[in-house]
Design a binder for this molecule. Structure first.
Ligand code: THU
Ligand code: ZN
Length: 138
């Protein structure tokens, strides 16, 4: 049996709305207390309106009052070593302190694991903005 979080990400794949790319993505995000929120990609005829699975999972969790996470699993219908895109890495970094683990489904029971810091070093954070505010006075 695959990683429990990967299984939950796989379960939501069937809800993906992907008439344009036909590329299904599922995500399962775990809070520090063990609650899991899932998301799938939701495409739009205006392509840039499309929602990514990871951001849907983050939105679902945050709207329910959860903001601390320790792990996310990501999967795609074609099992090709999906990883969160740059935008989703930044979205996750808003709420996920290290060590936050990203589990990528490689098919069957195989996974690749990364920390968010490995995937997105030197992230833009709240601190970056306050530094910018200070430098505006220079
Ligand atoms: N996609 C995600 O859901 N998450 C990512 O981080 C990578 C890309 C979706 C967006 C689009 O619906 C499809 O995959 C093809 O890019
Ligand atoms: Zn993304």
């Amino acid at each position: 049996m695959a990683d429990e979080l990967v299984e939950k990400a796989r379960e939501v794949l069937s809800n993906a709305h992907v008439p344009y790319s036909e590329y299904r993505v599922g995500a399962a995000l775990r809070t520090v207390d063990g609650t899991v929120f899932v998301g799938c990609n939701i495409e739009n005829a205006n392509y840039s309106n499309s929602l990514h699975a990871e951001e849907v999972a983050v939105a679902e969790a945050v709207k329910n009052g959860y903001r601390e996470f320790d792990r996310i699993a990501v999967t795609s219908g074609v099992r090709d070593g999906v990883t969160p895109c740059g935008m989703c890495r930044q979205t996750l970094s808003e709420f996920c302190d290290e060590p936050f683990v990203v589990v990528c489904d490689e098919g069957g029971e195989r996974t690749s694991e990364y920390t968010l810091g490995e995937l997105l070093p030197n992230t833009i954070s709240e601190g970056t903005l306050s530094d910018a505010e200070r430098s505006a006075d220079r």
